[in-house]
Write a protein that binds this ligand. Structure first.
Ligand code: C5P
Length: 249
């Protein structure tokens, strides 16, 4: 059989897990963060659409607040995705890590690549999503999008009594990166990391690092910022307004 007539191997199937079970207390009082509206549409819906925008993503698993899975399901039914994309909603856990594990446990057979994407990063552009998937397809077991820092970072000795915190060290800024999501993984690697690592961590890639497995960085995007504080909502609305203007031309 010539190379041209040989059937090409099936593309690896990619699913995105979106932990959306946090309360978002730093954003102030109100609905759980993922359900706050941005330009009239809940942040979670923007985040799900951002994953579904990639033609490679065939399944989105949303991890809802433990008592809010039915509400999230109704919400997603009301905001249809492209026909090629399925979605599942599962209840989450006490920590982000537990919530991601709930999402991983719900993945069907046949999924080889898993993205983990914070619901709190609703505006990540599709090119960033595709770059992460591409790097995993090219053989990296774990991939994170990241940007250089503009602020200098100090390590401090935290003081519980509110007194000024002494500075302990200043890491060299040029060696630091601010890490975003979606983070992309070979499925088996991520499942092993979630089984082996039980310490509290703030991202999934650091669990893979603990296994001694290499993690690589691809360029992140300024629009993939995390909506954490009230000012981030203002910025997110401004980004959406700019996109609307640009789409008009
Ligand atoms: O708190 P933080 O901003 O790091 O949360 C990141 C993401 O993890 C958010 O999308 C949040 O909804 C999610 N999360 C979760 N389950 C928790 C805590 C946070 O799914 N118990």
């Amino acid at each position: 059989m010539s190379d041209e007539s040989r059937p090409s191997p099936p593309e690896p199937r990619t699913a995105a897990v979106i932990p959306a079970a946090g309360r978002g207390v730093r954003l102030g009082p109100g609905a759980p963060k993922a359900l706050r509206a941005l330009n009239g549409t809940p942040m979670l819906v923007h985040a799900v659409r951002a994953m579904a925008a990639s033609r490679a993503v065939s399944l989105v698993v949303v991890v809802a607040p433990p008592d809010g899975a039915a509400e999230v399901r109704t919400l997603l039914d009301a905001h249809p995705l492209p026909e090629r994309t399925d979605f599942l909603v599962v209840p989450g856990g006490e920590s982000r890590q537990e919530s991601v594990k709930c999402g991983l446990d719900a993945l069907p057979d046949g999924v080889d690549i898993v993205l983990v994407h914070d619901a709190a990063r609703p505006l990540v552009p599709v090119d960033t999503v595709d770059a992460v998937i591409e790097a995993v397809r090219d053989g990296a077991p774990a991939v994170v999008p990241a940007l250089p820092l503009s602020d200098t970072v100090k390590q401090v000795d935290p003081r519980a009594d509110g007194s000024p915190e002494p500075v302990v060290a200043t890491p060299e800024r040029s060696l630091l990166r601010a890490v975003q999501t979606p983070q992309g993984f070979d499925r088996d690697t991520l499942v092993r990391a979630h089984t082996a690592v039980t310490d509290d961590v703030t991202d999934d890639a650091s669990m893979v690092e603990r296994l001694g497995t290499p993690v690589v960085v691809v360029p992140g995007h300024e629009e993939a910022f995390k909506v954490t504080r009230p000012l981030d909502l203002v910025l997110a609305e401004a980004v959406l307004a700019r996109r609307r203007l640009n789409d008009g031309f």
